[in-house]
Design a protein around this ligand. Structure first.
Ligand SMILES: Nc1nc2c(ncn2[C@@H]2O[C@H](COP(=O)(O)OP(=O)(O)OP(=O)(O)O)[C@@H](O)[C@H]2O)c(=O)[nH]1
Ligand SMILES: [Mg+2]
Length: 402
């Protein structure tokens, strides 16, 4: 029987079967007594050679001691229950484990640092203070809220509703960074759209051919574009067509172009008149790309502001990647914590609605009830809904009439 290593110090150990005494592996053992551990409980770690045979032998021996494998998410769940993490941080653990690009990793780490939770808790605390005024007025009905307090509560409620609304109106950036930023490739047939998709994906994801009308459906690939997760969509070439299948393809192409965050309008530099098709999607979110520059080397057909490249030779592709990455960085590289999940969005929308209702309500009881609903919605995001909080604040922060 070995002894415990000193707390938080790695010790070189022989791992032995407690019954037979047989050596099972050679490794490291660490001991983290609670509460200074990842879950807040006592945690022991064994660092082993991870082969199936070693794991099977050690697991069997631990099983005989009454230990079992953790369920999925069990460590994080225990950490949450023991107050080591709030729910947004627990979600960030899952995001960090699933992150595929630098931008996703950074976003998840920022959330794990607790900044998103802090923002929501800050709002929640402000609501509690507002609520405390009403609770007192309701508990002591003879004493009306002084009008200046009532005005301040209304102004603060409106401020908070405004802040939450601004946080919600973020263009879904945090969620998009988790799921991938939508970029659509559109343009006339045969311009080289599918060839460009293949270049950016670095594989032959889409069929290309000299026949106009090769691509009929939307073809999606997920790529890591300079650290950003991008869902790149190739679409059918835009032209008038009597073919029913092609018409459906065109409908899908246009719909995808509309919903995408950024568009690459690709045309053949040898057919400069085609560049005009880009006017269907005016604005800075459409990058105009003159393709096949390898066979139009004097660049006469490249309008100002367009990127010239060859999807065949790869010339100009690094510039396109850089331009796209800079565009994406301008939108997504911000220090403020972003909303990352539909769950948070829904709770925040409920909170904002409740605050607006509270402002419109006639009686203090109703105003208070809506504030309470808003507070509960916010509390659900971080997982810290607890009426004890409310009672504590009422008796600590509020002193009626004094
Ligand atoms: N010389 C040259 N040929 C290219 C270039 N890019 C694409 N092509 C060729 O142009 C033809 C059409 O390319 P695709 O990528 O299939 O064009 P598309 O825009 O997807 O066409 P549709 O799917 O029909 O709308 C193919 O024969 C490609 O090999 C380029 O940069 N230079
Ligand atoms: Mg195509």
């Amino acid at each position: 029987m070995g002894t415990l290593p000193p707390p938080r110090m790695a010790r070189h150990v022989r791992v032995r079967d407690p019954d037979s005494g047989e050596d099972l592996d050679d490794g490291l053992a660490l001991w983290f007594p609670g509460p200074r551990s990842v879950t807040g409980e006592d945690v022991g770690e064994l660092h082993l050679h991870g082969s199936r045979a070693v794991i099977a032998a050690v697991m069997a021996a631990l099983g005989r001691l009454g230990l079992r494998l953790a369920e999925p998410g069990e460590f994080t769940r225990r950490a949450f229950h023991n107050g080591k993490l709030d729910l947004t941080q627990a979600e960030a653990v899952a995001d960090l484990a699933a992150a595929e690009t630098e931008a996703q990793r950074r976003q998840a780490l920022r959330q794990l640092d607790g900044r998103l939770g802090e923002l929501y808790r800050g709002w929640s605390d402000r609501l509690l203070r507002l609520l405390a005024h009403f609770e007192a007025a309701i508990d002591f009905p003879d004493e009306d809220l002084p009008p200046e307090i009532e005005n301040r509560v209304a102004a603060d409620t409106a401020d908070l509703a405004g802040e939450i609304a601004r946080h919600l109106a973020d263009g879904h950036r945090g969620e998009r960074l988790r799921d991938g930023i939508a970029v659509a490739i559109v343009g006339p047939p045969n311009a080289g759209k599918s060839s460009l998709l293949n270049q950016l994906a670095r594989r032959e994801a889409a069929i290309t051919s000299p026949i106009a009308g090769t691509t009929r459906d939307v073809i999606e690939v997920v790529i890591d574009l300079a650290g950003y997760p991008v869902v790149l969509a190739d679409t059918a070439g835009l032209r008038d067509s009597a073919d029913l299948i092609e018409q459906e393809g065109l409908r899908r192409a246009r719909a995808r172009a509309e919903s995408a965050e950024l568009r690459l309008f690709v045309f053949d530099a040898g057919r400069p008149e085609d560049a005009a098709g880009a006017v269907a999607w005016p604005g800075p979110d459409t990058l105009v790309v003159a393709n096949k520059i390898d066979v139009a080397p004097n660049r006469a057909g490249v309008p100002p502001g367009a990127l010239a490249l060859s999807a065949l030779t790869g010339e100009g592709i690094p510039d396109l990647i850089q331009t796209l990455a800079a565009r994406i960085a301008g939108t997504y590289d911000i220090a403020a914590p972003l909303l990352t999940r539909a769950r948070h969005r829904e709770a925040l929308e409920n909170a904002a609605d409740a605050l607006r209702r509270s402002l419109a309500a006639d009686f203090p009881e109703l105003r208070a009830e809506d504030l309470r609903l808003a507070w509960r919605s916010l509390g659900r995001i971080t997982g810290r809904v607890d009426v004890e909080d409310l009672l504590d604040v009422i008796f600590r922060d509020f002193c009626l009439g004094k």
